[in-house]
Write a protein that binds this ligand. Structure first.
Ligand SMILES: [Zn+2]
Length: 148
């Protein structure tokens, strides 16, 4: 037995009905043997059910803003982690070197002290603090070649 949520196109009534199998439903629907209990109409079709599950098109039935935000933040984190060079505590020096043309521009991220941040701002060196949800986990320090 299988239960389907059906919708009547005649009166917009939604109802549920049991069928022996999905084949049985298909057969009965084809022969227009499935009737709307409200108006008796035979123009009945399966309701498109889309609970929290994503459809094949990737669209969620009801987007959950918190979930979307979390997904977005995760993408941003991955993007930074994959495309930006982690410079750790050298961020202020690296950003400054790029700003003054001592090194080539490249996307970097790392940490600054509040003092360094203030100094960068004063010098006009562009540096944007990453809000916590968008900041990836710092990679292990051993990845750095220029440890003191
Ligand atoms: Zn109806």
């Amino acid at each position: 037995m299988i239960r389907y949520a059906l919708a009547c196109h005649g009166c917009d009534h939604g109802f549920e009905a049991w069928f022996a199998s999905s084949d049985a439903y298909d057969r009965q629907a084809k022969r227009r043997q499935v009737a709307c209990p409200q108006c008796g109409g035979r123009d009945v079709a399966k309701q498109i059910m889309a609970p929290a599950v994503k459809t094949t098109k990737g669209k969620a039935a009801a987007p959950d803003p918190e979930k979307l935000m979390a997904e977005f933040a995760a993408k941003a984190r991955d993007h930074v982690a994959e495309n930006f060079d982690y410079v750790g505590g050298d961020f202020a020096d690296e950003a400054r070197a790029m700003y003054y043309g001592e090194t080539d521009d490249r996307p970097i991220w790392g940490e600054t002290t509040p003092e360094e941040r203030a100094a960068l701002k004063e010098e006009g060196v562009p540096a944007l603090p990453l809000p916590a949800p968008f900041a990836p986990k710092p990679p292990r320090r051993k990845d750095r070649t220029t440890l003191n």
